[in-house]
Design a protein. Structure first.
Ligand SMILES: [Mn+2]
Length: 289
């Protein structure tokens, strides 16, 4: 628990009022559109992979009435192993706290990487409410269940295994492939393609993604909601699954994506800096649902 409080330390720093006025002036001068709600997850603050600078810029350009932090905001797993906390990560935390101070309702739904915060469900820190999950009602009356999504790992075989594998694995396997085949050649064995083997694995991985999406949507429906907003699998997506709207707001490690609700209730996946959202290839109507 001590570690949990330590990790929360940056969240609880005193306000930095001096930047407020200038930033507000900047926001209104630039005429940034205001959104009803912004959903972000999988920031993984505390890891070198976190795209904190892009995220800060995104937050500056997307003021909102509601802000949902949909889990894996601070990566407690990584911080426990090695402390990594550059200024930009602190700036993100300050920005979130400042947003709460300025009247935005900020709700933090912890994920598995910041599960330490689950001990504080029902409390609020600097105006940020910590919730096990949340329900957001859109301007057009749709009820969205907001959950990180890691609880569905149990229903998806090997998802935990997948969670630990990243880009590093790919590079590692390429090296391994060369090494293995050098050995095989020495032993007079024919070339064996590890990459072909992995292609099969990747196909299976895509099945996990689909299984995850279907499971989360089904649970939202079972709970009586029109849709769900989650994160966790770092794959931005918005589509109907069996009549339930499945939204995954992506991540700020690779894809720099967020889900936003316009003032009229329209939901949209955004990538920042703006560019085609590469991750959501399977959705024909990726832009707006
Ligand atoms: Mn997660």
């Amino acid at each position: 628990m001590r570690a949990a409080f330590d990790a929360l330390g940056p969240w609880m720093e005193p306000s930095m009022g001096h930047e407020d006025a200038s930033e507000d002036a900047h926001a209104s001068a630039a005429g940034h559109r205001r959104y009803r709600a912004v959903f972000i997850s999988d920031l993984h603050l505390g890891t070198p992979g976190c795209q904190a600078v892009a995220l800060l810029d995104f937050l500056k350009h997307h003021p909102s009435d509601h802000l949902y932090l949909v889990g894996d905001i601070v990566d407690g797993w990584q911080l426990r192993r090695k402390w990594f906390w550059p200024q930009a990560h602190n700036d993100v935390v300050q920005k979130l706290l400042r947003r709460a101070r300025k009247g935005c309702r900020v709700v933090f739904v912890p994920g598995n990487h910041d599960e330490f915060a689950r001990a504080f469900v029902g409390h609020s820190f600097g105006g940020i409410e910590v919730r096990a999950d949340a329900v957001h009602t859109t301007a057009d009356g749709r009820s969205l269940w907001v959950t990180h999504g890691d609880h569905f790992d149990g229903v998806i075989q090997c998802a935990k295994w997948l969670a630990y594998l990243g880009d590093n694995l790919y590079e590692f396997t390429l090296k391994l492939n060369r090494y293995l085949n050098t050995l095989r050649a020495r032993m007079g064995l024919p070339y064996w393609s590890l990459s072909a083997y992995l292609k099969g694995k990747v196909k299976k991985a895509l099945n996990y993604v689909t299984d995850f999406e279907v499971a989360v949507a089904a649970e939202a429906r079972r709970r009586g909601h029109d849709g769900v907003v989650c994160g966790h699998i770092h794959r931005a997506e918005m589509r109907e699954i069996g009549g339930t709207l499945y939204c995954n707001d992506g991540d700020w490690v690779e894809s720099h994506t967020a889900l936003v609700e316009h003032m009229d209730g329209r939901l949209e996946l955004l990538q920042w800096p703006a560019s085609p959202v590469v991750n959501i290839s399977r959705s024909e109507s990726a832009a707006v649902v």
